[in-house]
Design a protein around this ligand. Structure first.
Ligand SMILES: Cc1cc2nc3c(=O)[nH]c(=O)nc-3n(C[C@H](O)[C@H](O)[C@H](O)COP(=O)(O)OP(=O)(O)OC[C@H]3O[C@@H](n4cnc5c(N)ncnc54)[C@H](O)[C@@H]3O)c2cc1C
Length: 453
């Protein structure tokens, strides 16, 4: 199986373009939904409720509970991997938004717990600790909600940047999986005890509807769609080949791959169904456009899971989720493209290069410490030459062959007039972005794929 040269576009479905109005419409719907939630909270108040003992605490508790839970559902939808949202906004940005919102629901739920305890304590003239004990011992739904609260706080701590850095990805992932359990546990006490739902059937229907919608979105895009796709594709490892020290290409064979719509530069979540690898999926970009019946990824052994990929046996079943990502030809703003890549970051550029229309003028700069570390060099060079572009390989240490303003001006003098695609280790990518800034490349023309979220 040879991966050199351009893939014939015949017999392969092109990746669909982003749909910009999708993100705007969903943002509008989320905003209107938030407004309705605040209206629900306010309309459930009355003069007599507010003036009763603990009334103001209860009111604060209700507003905090409704808004906090609603924001939590929004966070879940953001990372539910909705196909059209993914290809319009990109998983990296969605994850960033998810994290940005993250602190609010946790803070609001903490406010809810404190305020509801103080409110009931005032009402029953008991101490707050005694009131907490009454909640836990007398209300079964509140016991479940307390477990949910503990899980939420734990997930909040593990999401802090410092904790994330210290924690294995797999541990962090399991903790986050518990968030779905936390939400399920919290649901019952909202419906059963929430004043705004008691005797308000419309409010109740609205609340159940947004929960059901969120659950439906998650189940459809994380379970049903991938299951149907994998049942159709029947992917199995065909072979594993060493490309460079510690970097391996895995070719995967499947059925009906001509129906898989994917753009060069996109990635899938890959799950190899073999001992030690089946539990987690990992993101890897396609390192070439599909050549039915084959797909290819190129993986650098950087941790436990990526190192184990080299030992995967031919015939092993593979499950995918995706394609995801906006690092594609659709991000381009004009017909002049510069690509800069290093290490295993060259791989999505290789696939993207194959996918660019023939009239695009391309300059490619790749770098590595030694010639043997330059993955897919022959393939990239052949693709660039075939379309009459310029190809430059920078070999040597960062100090010997830096990518700076001078180098960029020499190798890609028109970089500021076109689009710049960058993929490589974080430090490298940031340096190239800084150089691009200094050369006046407009921000919207810089496209960067980070290999971490
Ligand atoms: C969009 C994208 C595309 C990528 N494409 C490629 C590629 O084509 N080739 C390649 O070699 N590598 C690629 N990577 C990086 C690759 O996913 C990680 O190197 C791999 O998941 C590391 O897993 P590990 O268990 O071996 O290492 P670990 O030591 O467990 O993790 C190393 C780092 O990878 C991150 N990571 C681990 N597991 C995951 C996961 N499931 N999802 C997201 N991040 C994770 C962690 O944040 C950690 O910082 C890509 C990453 C992203 C986000």
């Amino acid at each position: 199986m040879s991966w050199t040269g351009q893939t014939a576009s015949l017999g392969r479905r092109a990746g669909p373009a982003p749909i910009p109005w999708v993100a705007d419409t969903l943002a509008l719907v989320a905003g209107v939904g938030f407004g309705v939630v605040i209206a629900l909270a306010i309309s459930s108040e009355s003069q007599s409720l507010l003036s009763s003992p603990g009334g103001w605490f209860d009111a604060v508790a209700r507003v905090a509970a409704l808004t906090g839970t609603y924001l939590m559902l929004v966070m879940i939808v953001l990372i539910a991997r909705l196909p059209w949202l993914e290809r319009t906004v990109g998983q990296d940005r969605l994850v960033k938004w998810h994290r940005r919102i993250g602190g609010w629901p946790i803070a609001l739920i903490v406010v809810h717990v404190v305020a509801v305890t103080l409110g009931y304590a005032q009402m029953t003239k008991a101490g707050p600790l005694h009131q907490l004990w009454v909640f836990l011992s007398n209300y079964p739904d509140l016991l479940a909600a307390t477990v949910s609260f503990a899980l939420l706080i734990f997930a909040g701590f593990t999401s802090a940047k410092i904790a994330r850095r210290k924690m294995k990805y797999e541990t962090w992932w399991v903790v986050h999986l518990y968030m779905y359990l936390a939400l399920a546990l919290a649901f019952a006490h909202q419906i059963v005890t929430g004043v705004m739902f008691l005797g308000h059937p419309l409010a109740r229907i609205y609340w159940i509807a947004i929960w059901s919608l969120t659950a439906g979105v998650v189940l459809t895009s994380r379970v049903v769609l991938p299951a149907l796709r994998n049942a159709r594709l029947q992917l199995r490892v065909h072979n594993v080949v060493e490309e460079a020290p510690g970097i391996y290409s895995v070719t995967i064979k499947g059925k009906q791959l001509s129906r898989l719509a994917v753009s060069g530069g996109q990635f899938f979540q890959w799950r190899f169904l073999t001992k030690g690898l089946w539990l987690h999926s990992h993101p890897y970009s396609l390192s070439a456009l599909p050549r039915p019946p084959y797909l290819r990824v190129t993986v650098k052994a950087s941790g436990d899971q990526s190192s184990a990929v080299r030992h995967v046996k031919p015939g092993t079943r593979v499950l995918i989720e995706g394609p995801y990502g906006t690092f594609t030809k659709h991000a381009r703003t004009n017909a002049l493209v510069t690509m800069v890549g290093a290490g295993v970051g060259i791989t999505p550029l290789r696939a993207l290069l194959e996918d660019l229309p023939a009239d695009v003028d391309v300059s490619v700069i790749v770098r590595a410490s030694s010639a043997e570390e330059l993955v897919h060099r022959d393939e990239v060079e052949a693709l660039v030459r075939a379309r009459g572009g310029s190809f430059h390989a920078l070999i040597g240490s960062r100090h010997q062959v830096p990518i700076d303003v001078r180098t960029m001006n020499r190798l890609a003098p028109r970089v500021a007039q076109g689009d710049l695609y960058i993929c490589g280790p974080d430090g490298f990518a940031q340096r190239v972005i800084d150089v691009a800034d200094r050369l006046g490349v407009p921000k919207q023309q810089i496209h960067h794929e980070a290999f971490s979220f």
